[in-house]
Design a protein around this ligand. Sequence first.
Ligand SMILES: [Zn+2]
Length: 178
Amino acid sequence: MNAIETSYNGYKFRSRLEARWARFFDVAGIKYQHEPEGYWVSNIPYLPDFLLLEHDVFLEIKPPLFHLRDSNDPEWVRHQVIESLWNAPSKPSHFPLYLIAGEPRTGHYSLIVDGEECILLRCRRCAGLCYQTADGSSWGEFGRHTKICTMNTERWPSDAFEEEFQQAMEHRFEHRNA
Ligand SMILES: [Zn+2]
C-alpha cells in the first residue's frame, strides 16, 4: 500500500488513505479529530487515527481487508489485539473503537463491527450514524445515535454516502515535496 504522508486540513496524515477518509468526514459534515490522544492499552501504546467528535467513536483506518488478511501484517495482528482489549466489556472507559478497512468508496471498504463486515449509513432523521451488515441482514446504531434519536423501534430510513464518497475520492491533495 502507498503510505504517502499527506497534508490536509491542517493535519499531517500518515497515508493518502487516512487523508481521503478525513476528506470524506468533512464533506459529510462529520466532525473529527485526527490522532487526538495516545493511550496505553494493557501496556501496548496505541494512538487511534480518528475520534468522531459528535458520535463518540474512535476509528482506525487500514488498507482493504483482503490485503490485511493475506499479508499477516504485524500491524494488523497488533490492531486485532488492541481492538479486542479496547472494546472488552470489562473496559468501558473509552468510546468504542471500530476499524474501517479500505477506501471511502461504496463496495471498497468495510466497517468492522463485532467482527462483522458492515457499511456506514446516515440516519435521515437526525444525520446520526448507523451501520448495516454487508449482506443487509442486520443493522445497528453507531456511537451516540442511541442517545439522540428516538426512531429506533423500526428500521429507520437511512442513506448511504455515495456522493460524499465520490467527492472524497475526487479530491486532489496537494503534493508536498520535501
Ligand atoms: Zn437518527
